[in-house]
Design a protein around this ligand. Structure first.
Ligand code: TPP
Ligand code: MG
Length: 822
């Protein structure tokens, strides 16, 4: 049902003053005596131990990076190490109450958080669970290494597993927790609830929101913590993630048990610096980061600044904030004040801060001060604490030796098999539903108004005499997309879809018309105008185990989700060593008629990025079959559609678009019309211009064209194209993407290599001009037209008798244009 929320001008225009509730800053003031009701002696000491392990781990890395050795043990680590020496209390405080159902996401500086969260999860898991995790992970490979000659208990074994696995990962060993494919800045271990850490500042800001969305929509236990730096508050994805997380609709429109806020804490690890820029006083204007919460919702996101130099203050905050989340009043914003003694990275000369400043923070070093408090409260003796330090040193030294021993911890053997990383890029799964339970829908599919309407349509565009049915009668391209979507919504309970105007409006270009009635809010909703978060949250949702279709209204807006598309969506499957799956199908609509910023075809740009499948159907039959296949898969897909053809009927598939479910495998180009003299390979809606050109070439010049629709850009099976070129000896490639650097050029180059002996002429590319896209009335001068194809054939492939060239495809003109960058 469409929403009913009246915007009453009488109410809305009333004068009032906006009041912002006070935001607590450093309010924690409990003594260790008072805290004794919350912690046992062992708990108090374990907090100290975890901080010490992190300190030792990071100190080891610092020494290895700066001196080439640790405790006399030499090693050269050329890769990164952004250390958090000084920040241990904030990490341990953050993780203390969390268990393996709680997920943390982090940044480039997250070793400490990995260890803190891992140690906390280990503490809360029983021996059986721990053994299962270790035995199942990469077939027990890491376990076998850390188990050798070890006689201790299971928890200690799991701690060794964590420390060794993380360090081997940092040193890019195949025995690391991500097979060495993640490394220092991206390492993660999902069985302990440690989700990707992110080398892109603020990258976790929206991905983590998607993880919280996954938990909420699929009723999973646990909360999500986004550990991001203070300087990341300048990043678009962080703001977009927070805007998404604070949407009113969670409280106003989502129904029944879905009512209520997302279970997420934005945990700002506020070490008061970016690399060298001070966030308070220089690069930002918030002064106290907690202020930011006030901008996002009327709860101030329950924002608070806490002292990240006191682990108990952080735990206290988490205890209170997790209760707020339990009450479905999230999200929460925590400004955890801390400081790093270590440089941004080991090469940091600390030129941006004074020695006195560093020393003044070292004087209140949380490990020293907390240790003293424990001794004062007689919870531990100095000997106890020294033993903890010595144990940590032994553990870290053991892990260092083992993880740097090539015979125990080898690197991925790319000499033996240089396709190993390639094999990690896609999971290539085929899965009906990501979870086995009944999908939540509002009525049976047959009762849906759109389904009923489509059932009356003609599934092939022409009648028995070859006359086209009226446009309204024809089953359209948009109907093919709808059928694939509705089928999957009724099949996969985890599937959700969102984007701008996805719900009551009917989705961009009416593809989703009919879905609003069929689905509750939590499965189909309107997002904020946050293209970064639309894709970023889908990444988080997908990596946690749900299937999701985020939608970008116009292809041009894909730029707004640049980081998500370049660096996030395509990377996490491979960087997980293929443990994570990414069933995310991003629908992107390529525009027309609306000029330079609403009509661009960026399919070439995304085809360039390793790790994404790229699809661009041009017919209703292909739209349905390819979307079905994309939705059945477990890989990220960018699914291009074209606004030129949403209303087009099925003009190629004589049997019409089948009513039943079918898949068209991604990667298979389709011969739309057979021919013998010239191959034309098109991408997307340009198929119809190519067909027009083929008709003219046949009727006027007797040239028989074999028309191939690429359908998918990545992956791409060259074989049908090679077969065709063997027959025709000539090929022209065309699409609406602007020509320079386009995917057509890539195809043409490969075809040149693969078909060199069969070609009578070089492959010719007819793309759009390297211009801004002009107004609709002038578009025909920008996008390839049938006439351009004839011109190019005439000049480059075979002269067409009597043909008058209107567009200059000569070599001279090509050189002239290139010299001018157009
Ligand atoms: C998008 C992006 N811009 C710049 C960088 C380079 N860079 C790495 S860390 C960093 C500072 C980040 O500061 P903050 O978020 O406060 O985290 P901290 O390093 O203090 O833990 C910068 C600028 C990057 N990795 N990603
Ligand atoms: Mg910082």
């Amino acid at each position: 049902m469409p929403k009913q929320q009246l915007l009453d001008p009488v109410e809305i225009r009333k004068p009032q003053m906006l009041e912002i509730a006070p935001i607590p800053v450093n309010q924690y003031n409990k003594s260790i005596e008072e805290e004794k009701e919350n912690f046992s002696k062992n708990d108090f000491v374990r907090i100290f131990r975890d901080m010490v392990i992190i300190r030792e781990f990071e100190t080891m890395l610092n020494l290895i990076k700066t001196t080439g050795e640790y405790l006399g043990y030499p090693y050269n680590h050329p890769g990164p190490a952004h250390l958090s020496i000084g920040q241990e209390a904030s990490a341990v405080g953050m993780a203390y109450l969390l268990d393996s159902d709680d997920y943390i996401f982090g940044s480039h500086r997250s070793h400490g958080e990995i260890l803190a969260k891992g140690l906390s999860s280990i503490h809360k898991m029983n021996d059986k669970e721990l053994m299962e995790v270790m035995e199942e992970y990469f077939g027990g490979e890491i376990l076998r290494i850390v188990q050798k000659d070890f006689k201790g208990d299971t928890k200690s074994l799991a701690q060794r597993f964590l420390i060794y696995g993380t360090l081997a990962e940092i040193f890019a060993r195949e025995t690391g927790i991500n097979k060495g494919l993640g490394g220092s800045m991206h390492a993660f271990f999902t069985p302990f609830g440690i989700y990707p850490n992110n080398a892109i500042v603020g990258g976790s800001g929206d991905i983590s929101v998607g993880a919280a969305l996954y938990k909420k929509v699929n009723r999973k236990p646990g909360i999500v913590v986004a550990n991001i730096g203070d300087a990341s508050l300048g990043c678009g994805p962080v703001w977009e993630g927070m805007v998404f997380a604070t949407m009113d609709q969670f409280h106003t429109l989502w129904e029944d048990d879905m009512k209520g806020g997302l279970p997420i804490i934005f945990n700002i690890m506020n070490n008061q610096y970016g690399m060298g820029g001070q966030t308070s006083g220089e690069t930002m204007g918030y002064n106290i980061a907690a202020r930011v919460g006030a901008a996002l919702n009327s709860d101030n996101m329950h924002a608070e600044r806490v002292d990240g130099y006191n682990p108990l203050a952080v735990i206290d905050a988490y205890r209170r904030k997790m209760e707020i989340i339990q009450q479905k009043r999230g999200p929460v914003f925590l400004d955890v004040l801390t400081y790093r003694f270590s440089g941004h990275s080991p090469s940091d000369a600390s030129s941006y801060r004074s020695k006195e400043e560093v020393e003044s923070w070292q004087k209140i070093d949380s490990i020293v001060t907390y240790g003293e408090e424990l001794m004062n409260a007689e919870l531990a003796s100095r000997t106890d604490l020294n033993k903890i330090k010595k144990d940590a040193e032994n553990l870290v030294l053991w892990a260092t030796k083992l993880s740097t021993d090539d015979s125990v911890s080898p690197r991925m053997d790319l000499v033996k098999s240089n396709e190993l990383i390639g094999e990690m890029m896609f999971s290539n799964g085929s899965v009906d539903k990501m979870e086995d339970r009944t999908p939540e829908v509002n009525h049976p599919m047959e009762e849906n108004s759109r389904v009923k309407q489509i059932s009356k349509k003609e599934r092939y565009a022409f009648d028995a005499d070859g006359k086209p049915f009226s446009a309204l009668k024809q089953y359209q391209y948009r109907d093919g997309l709808f059928e694939a979507m509705v089928d999957r919504f009724y099949k996969d309970p985890t599937l959700i879809a969102y984007g701008e105007e996805n719900r009551d409006w009917g989705g961009a270009f009416a593809v989703y018309r009919g879905l609003t009635e069929a689905l509750p809010y939590h499965r189909l909703f309107n997002s904020p105008i946050s293209e970064g978060a639309i894709i970023g949250t889908a990444i988080g949702y997908g990596m946690c185990g749900g299937r999701v279709v985020p939608e970008i209204m116009y292809c041009d807006f894909l730029g707004r989700s640049g980081d998500e598309v370049f660096n996030q969506l395509p990377k996490w499957q491979a960087m997980s060593g293929n443990i994570i799956k990414m069933p995310v199908v991003v629908r992107v609509s390529v525009g027309s008629k609306y000029g330079a910023q609403h009509s661009q075809d960026w399919s070439s740009l995304v085809a360039h990025i390793p790790g994404i499948k790229v699809v661009f159907p041009a017919t209703p039959y292909d739209a349905k079959g390819l979307l079905n296949a994309a939705l059945q898969g477990t890989d990220p897909v960018i699914f291009f559609e074209s606004q030129r053809i949403y209303g087009i009927g099925e003009e190629f598939q004589k049997g019409g678009v089948p009513e039943e479910y079918y898949e068209i495998p991604l990667g298979e180009p389709d011969i739309k019309r057979e021919g013998s003299d010239l191959t034309i390979l098109s991408i997307g809606a340009t198929l119809y211009k190519a067909r027009e050109a083929a008709d003219i070439l046949q009727s006027k010049y007797g040239i028989s064209v074999e028309l191939i629709d690429a359908r998918t850009l990545v992956p791409f099976n060259y074989e049908p194209v090679i077969e065709s070129v063997k027959k025709t000896g000539r090929i022209l490639l065309t699409s609406d993407a602007n020509e320079r650097g386009s995917y057509l050029k890539d195809l043409a180059q490969n075809i040149t290599e693969l078909c060199f002996d069969d070609l009578d002429a070089p492959p010719v590319v007819v793309g759009s001009r390297n211009w801004i896209i002009p107004a609709h009335e002038l578009e025909d001068f920008y996008f390839p037209q049938a006439e351009w194809v004839l011109d190019a054939v005439h000049e480059k492939i075979v002269p067409l008798k009597g043909h008058k060239v209107t567009n200059d495809f000569s070599d001279e003109k090509k050189i002239w244009r290139a010299a001018r960058g157009i």
